[in-house]
Design a binder for this molecule. Structure first.
Ligand code: BGC
Length: 749
């Protein structure tokens, strides 16, 4: 194929033609060349090794990941296309998780926006930047359901709820893959980690999961299904062991569900060396067995494990593996390459190289950072800070001026020089251009070397600054390295001496605003009463500073909502809103706190309901919660009709009114409960949400179409069923919404 640097003709090739090309190509391929397509190798950040060049030339490599030097990448691609026998282009993958050069909030922060359009636009932006550097495949979105904030990878997930995660998974797939997969700025997405990784025991990464099939199907699989239905090109297998069968050898997941039930026709890549790890799990004796187990299960591509390369051909020669299975695996890989238009335009287009991302990307990162921040407390309307009342501002803490730490996990390609820190942005806002103190003044004390530091040696300076100031803004939480893959915590309270710092500053009597930057929900009960206002900002990305400064001073208003429940203390985990009721749910009357137990209390003196003695049974803040600078009231819930059939639907509507004095954005949420069913169902489940902007005094009727089909669950026989009976519904501003109604599903006449 001649080398061409002309713009990629967008491939809109009909599927029949692609299938024909796959068959034609397969007919020409040797077994070795086929296996090459299933082999993904690690690239470099510099020149390619001679060995890699030889392997590419021999057609023994189908995909590269982490090949970041774009000229090396183009050269390797040229070798694949011009010097390998069949000229099959390489597919180049990379973890483009929440941005490439310009960094958006971590995915969990993006989930807090409850804004699929924004999330889609963010993924589109990341795709534009990454494809300009030759990357046509991202290992995102991660759609594992996160219900254990000890797990460091909740930073990468889209929250605890299958509905929210599904909507946002679809948005990300659309954003990465674009309208036309063959367009040069589109990239294949990868829904990962299939499946159940979020249930890793004790929130410890890579740990075992034990998920009953009903739970798997109702909680963990829906976002993957949504991504598949949205046309995601690839899936990645999870590292985890699911009930004794690691995902990388799990035929039930990879074939029964994914292929036979869902009809997925893209390919599945293993996780990093997860095929060789089948031996470490104790499932396979050696590499040969592991390669066979993975191939038979339905893992199409071996990420870095090199076991397909080493063993598939002898497995075929020995008759252990049918060559037809290899053909099937290869055809899935080729299908994605054809759909991406890689055969037509394998090279990066130098004219598209985005050395410095355009300003519009920073604008988007700013919007996303603003919308991801969740206001959790605002006593006496301390926020927004009125500039004339708060002229002297103390900015304290180890995360106020950290251009890299504000970016979060998975930011290998980020450009921290683009970052604007909270300190910079607050200075600019408070002091203005003159910076001579005439308008306002900022004093900054870092106080702690890192968020983990225990030394209190600079507490005195922090206290002095707070005494001097009209308001103390504390930037506390977690550095990036405390979350993400393999970065789990057993205690999710503020690390190091941060809580002590907060108390010391609070002691000055100066109003305190706490801004938490973190990769997970933290357990903040013990500090809540120390602060006047609290913003959960997650790791907000490149534009953390302007977003937070504007929120603090009222140039923007908070509209984020929690995508995960915030526990009071770590020991409450797992705590999530869509739990089942139990036979003994806790009630205010049955709850007795340990401090209220009298001496000699009898065994039966507590309420005999489901709670911990030493903390309240509710979370600190529920899923869906978030304050604004105004207030909202809900009324007039209506369900029409009040009766429907299993294939019908109802409309649920309610009026939401801005009862405050400022404009604001409410995230109107619809929850349902199936109170009696053949298997017990969650006490509430999110079924719809909408962001609604309202001026003071304005009200709006918001209505949701709720199809009976969306109320289906895996019944006793594991088939999806919609059971007739009463359903309760609520519309409101969090999982604790109180305005409710009901309707009935009746059998078809
Ligand atoms: C992670 C994946 C990631 C892959 C490639 C693995 O360790 O689990 O999420 O995509 O590495 O970097």
């Amino acid at each position: 194929m001649p080398r061409s640097t002309s713009p990629n003709p967008v491939t809109t090739e009909p599927e029949e033609s692609i299938e024909h090309r796959i068959r034609t190509l397969l007919d020409q391929m040797t077994l070795g060349e086929k296996i090459g397509q299933l082999n993904q190798l690690q690239g470099t950040d510099g020149p390619a090794s001679d060995e890699l060049i030889r392997e590419v030339r021999a057609g023994r490599v189908g995909s590269l990941l982490n090949q970041v030097d774009v000229s090396t990448l183009d050269e390797l691609q040229r070798i694949a296309v011009e010097e390998s026998r069949l000229g099959i282009p390489l597919l180049v993958g990379r973890d483009v998780i929440h941005g490439f050069r310009t960094i958006l909030p971590i995915p969990l922060g993006q989930a807090a926006t409850w804004d699929p359009d924004l999330v889609e636009a963010g993924a589109r932006m990341a795709a534009r930047e990454a494809t300009s550097h030759g990357i046509r495949w991202t290992f995102a979105p991660m759609v594992d359901i996160g219900r254990d904030p000890r797990w460091g990878r909740v930073a990468e997930c889209l929250g605890e709820d299958p509905h929210l995660a599904s909507e946002l998974a679809v948005a990300m797939v659309r954003g990465f893959q674009g309208r036309e997969l063959g367009a040069p700025d589109s990239m294949a997405a990868c829904a990962k980690h299939f499946a159940g990784y979020g249930a890793s025991e004790a929130g410890r990464d890579y740990n075992t999961t034990n998920i009953p099939e009903r739970e798997l199907r109702s909680v963990h699989l829906p976002p993957f299904r949504a991504a598949v239905d949205a046309g995601v090109c690839t899936l990645m297998a999870s590292f985890s062991d699911l009930d004794g069968i690691p995902a990388s050898a799990n035929r039930f997941l990879m074939t029964t569900i994914l292929r036979e039930e869902w009809g997925f026709d893209g390919f599945v890549v293993s996780d990093w060396e997860s095929i060789p790890q089948l031996c470490v799990h104790g499932l396979c004796e050696d590499g040969r067995e592991a390669a066979l187990a993975a191939a038979l299960a339905g893992i199409d591509m071996d990420m870095v494990g090199r076991l397909y390369e080493q063993h598939l051909s002898t497995l075929v020669a020995d008759g252990a593996l049918d060559e037809a299975q290899i053909d099937l695996m290869v055809s899935r890989v080729l299908r994605v390459k054809f759909r991406l238009g890689l055969f037509e335009q394998p090279y990066t287009d130098p004219s598209r190289r985005l050395a410095t991302p355009p300003a519009s990307h920073r604008d988007l990162a700013y919007q996303a950072a603003v919308r991801s921040a969740v206001l959790l407390k605002n006593e006496g309307e301390l926020l927004p800070l009125a500039p004339d009342r708060f002229r002297k501002v103390a900015v304290l803490g180890p995360l106020a001026a950290e251009a890299t730490e504000q970016l979060g996990t998975w930011i290998f390609d980020a450009d921290p020089s683009l970052s604007v820190t909270p300190l910079e942005a607050i200075r600019e806002l408070v002091e203005g251009e003159a910076g001579d103190g005439s308008r306002g003044e900022v004093r900054h004390v870092r106080v702690l070397e890192t968020g983990r530091s225990r030394s209190q040696s600079e507490f005195g300076d922090a206290v002095d600054a707070a005494r001097w100031a009209d308001v103390a803004l504390l930037f506390l939480g977690e550095e990036s390295v405390l979350s993400g893959e393999a970065h789990c915590r057993a205690d999710i309270s503020l690390p190091g001496a941060q809580e002590a710092l907060l108390r010391a500053v609070r002691g000055t009597g100066t109003p305190v605003v706490l801004v938490v930057l973190a990769g997970r929900p933290l357990a903040l009960e013990s500090v809540l009463d120390q602060v006047g206002a609290l913003i959960m900002a997650w790791h907000p990305g490149t534009m953390a500073g302007p977003a937070i400064a504007d929120l603090l001073f009222g140039h923007a208003s908070p509209s984020g909502r929690l995508p995960m429940t915030l526990p009071r203390v770590t020991g409450q985990i797992p705590i999530y809103y869509a739990h089942r009721n139990t036979g003994r749910p806790p009630t205010p009357d049955s709850f007795v706190h340990i401090d209220d137990l009298p001496r000699g209390a009898s065994q039966l003196s507590t309420g005999l309901t489901s709670y911990h003695l030493d903390t309240h049974y509710t979370p600190l803040f529920p899923f869906g919660f978030g304050l604004t600078y105004t207030s909202f009231r809900y009324r007039d819930l209506a369900v029409r009709p009040t009766e429907t059939t299993p294939d019908g639907s109802v409309r649920v509507s309610a009026v939401v009114e801005n009862t405050g004095t400022r404009p604001g954005i409410e995230v109107v949420q619809l929850y349902v409960r199936d109170p009696v069913a053949s298997v017990t169902r969650p006490v509430r489940e999110l079924k719809g949400f909408r962001r609604v902007a309202l001026e003071p005094g304005e009200s709006r009727a918001v209505d949701f179409e709720l199809s009976a089909h969306s109320l289906a669950f895996p019944g006793r026989d594991m088939n999806q069923v919609v059971e007739p009976g009463r359903f309760d519904v609520w519309v409101g501003g969090s999982a604790e919404a109180s305005l409710g109604g009901s309707f009935t599903i009746v059998d078809r006449a």
